[in-house]
Write a protein of this length. Sequence first.
Lengths: 434, 482
Amino acid sequence: MEMILSKNWNVPDQKKIDVAIKNGAYASLKKIFKMKREEVIEEVKNSGLRGRGGAGFATGLKWTFIPKENLSSGRQDKKPVYLINNLDESEPGTFKDRAIVEKDPHMMIEGMIIAAYAIGSHTAYIYIRGEYYKQWEIIEEALQEARKKGFLGKNILGSGFDLDIYQHRGAGAYICGEETALLSSLEGGRGYPRIKPPFPAIAGAWGCPTIVNNTETLANLPFILNEGAAAYKKFGTEKSPGTKLMSASGHINKPGVYEVEMGLPIRTFIEEHLGGVWKNHKLKAVVPGGSSFAPLTAEEAWATNLDFESCAAAGTSLGSGGFYVMDETTCMVRLLCFTSKFYAHESCGQCTPCREGTGWVDQVIKRIEKGHGRERDLQLLQDVCKNMMNGRTICVFADAAAMPVLGFLKKFGKEFEEHVKLGRCPHTVSLRGA
Amino acid sequence: MIKIKINDKELKVAEGTTVLQAALANKIDIPYFCYHKKLSIAGNCRMCLVNIKGQNKPVISCRERVKEGMEVDTKSTEVKKMQQGVLEFVLKNHPLDCPICDQSGECDLQDNYFKFSKFPSRLEDKKIRKPKAKPLGPLVTLDDERCILCTRCVRFCDEVAGTHELCITQRGGHSELTTYPGKPLTNAYSLCTVDVCPVGALTSTDFRFKKRVWFLKTTPSICTGCATGCNIKMDWDDAQVYRYRPRENEAVNQVWMCDEGRLSYKFINENRLFDPLIKKNGEFVKVEWKEAMRESAAILGDTPVASSVIGVLSAQASCEENSALKKFLETLFPKAEFFWTKKEVKNPSHDKFLIDADKNPNSAFLSLLGVGPLEGGPLAKGAIYIILDNLTGKQREALVASKPKKVILFTSNFGDVPLEGGTSPLMWADIILPKPTFAEQEGTFINRQGMTQKAKKAFEPKGHAREIGKVLEELWTTLSPR
């Protein structure tokens, strides 16, 4: 079955605009410029497209939050509307947007033009992860090509619609992928998340209405507008239509970025797409949505599908599709140690619970892993995590840091207890090697 | 006004207020750190989290505006647990060096811990070390380990001082408060950052380690550093003033004061004149009040009622002191003339906020009396002078040129050169009588806006200084039979 996002990934030189156009890139523009903005939004709403950045919020609905009075043309005092492509992909385990940029950047740019037209934005930004330098170059070149072809700039294809797209490189902070921190950073400030409300759609970049969409979300738009919402809904499940890019890594035979239909059973994904668990080992755990979420035990994983509902029912999340697999030799304490170190390092430090909690959790887990844990540490970890999450902080970073800890403790608590009791790692073969 | 409920207590509060403001106004205690009523809402300390009926997550009360029928919960077990959780986090990397911390005793963190937590520490790991005793500017010293990163000081520099010196660097638990490179904390209000700091992170370099605050007594007073008349809390102990802090007065200084005014307390403690001095054989000699009074009475008693007597009033002195001298002379010598003296500073500091170029606290009162400057004259030759406070150079020249018969000077300080023995810059005076500073007596000052403000007496006059009113009253009693 031909997929939506990756269908041209194997075409040589798909990065080049001439090749891309031959394969259908920018075809949707002629169609949308004949439509009203509202019709474009309606089409996206009907497609059921949900944000691919992790939260899974309905994209079309998000677009409607731009204040209506701001969009009525002819008003002199209306504020500019900004579209932001969130390409600050930094979640451990997630590397799908990078694939879009490297394989088919014009699909993303076309998606941005569609979104910008729908929300009435004439200036769009790509907030790209600072470490993605090569990808920044690819996009820069693609933007230039698109400008030359008249897909960007003034009066695009004679439609009267103007759009400019600029790239803004991040400076290496994971938190800047959080949409309000991204806005602070884009404005030139420190990447601190902002208190919501107001939501960006009301007061975002420079206080103006702003829509922040994930790169993969935007890349879905050309298909939806070309083929129609109904065609899109043929993919996936009822509540999670479409396909999802999964970045698969860990103890599997064929790691990489895969486009799968929403609702694909994890078993099928691992066994058929990923070539099974490596070295004929048994599966121990799967994290389906990136490091911010709880892991699934092998049993749970075999009973779960790759869509938002199924993952949520299993107590985790499809998140951004950072799918990593652990085999039976994995020390889960050691693994959590990496995760908690990451969150302690990346907490922006604005809110007390997150600033202090992430560091504390990291210290305790490190201690347990080294064999210096105490029985009371396990209770302490749970208390600290519960004190961090559920609205205790401005943004959900603290929840993202706490959820994996609680998940690991709940599902692999025995391993933590063993570490405490033995004063060492019980795994003969751990990630550290034999 | 709208109706809300806080912990089942029905309240009527003004629309537009926040839950925290409504609670504080009704004496319901919600702990907080980063909220400051004169600064923007940062919402980062998370100390003021409360539950609101109908909302599935806790909200920060400092930012949540009241709505009709809102039901707020600030002390259920759940909310208490939340508060304890936040306090545990605040204390996680706090050095707990209260025994050597200047803020101890007036620390929001101490207070909130005792009021809302009192739980023992569960920390068994190392704390993060940060810079200690780091000067941020000439007047402010930072102890970064104590900092709870509430950003009140950062917001003060951004929003009130408008100078943007402070920022937070690094991330997470390693976040540090510091100044931008090459931009030390030098604004004219830098010590206000120490006021707004809820903990002992920002300390006044001047006050640091000088006194445990629980020994300090506080008297409401007025800053005499300039004509603005900022309302202050004068903190003192054992007849020594240790610091001024701004006292809230929305009409004058809001809750701020300038560094220059704040450090102007030193004259109360230093270079004070404790005893009356009389010039004998070209040298000042320390004498008892009895002798000084006898001498003064003799000078004034010998002076015919119609002869020229000049009173020099002072813009540094209170209305009471000035009025006492004026009334005394007018009664005894109906033809007495009056002039004023003011403290003058070359290139005086001034701005559009609180700092006035006129460095006198009571100039407005002298304007009301309609007297002119001493150097403006004309000064009658061979007059008797009674002077309040030290003269400027020009005034001294004018005085000496008029060849005064006798000069009686009331002053509290002698400047840098001691007066007893040898030559003194005050050799033009014949009798110098020690008066208390405004800290040692009740006084009224009229500021540049024409507002009459009272400075309360903090402690008894130092040394043998006596209030001018009392001295003049006694002189009048001695002289009145004539």
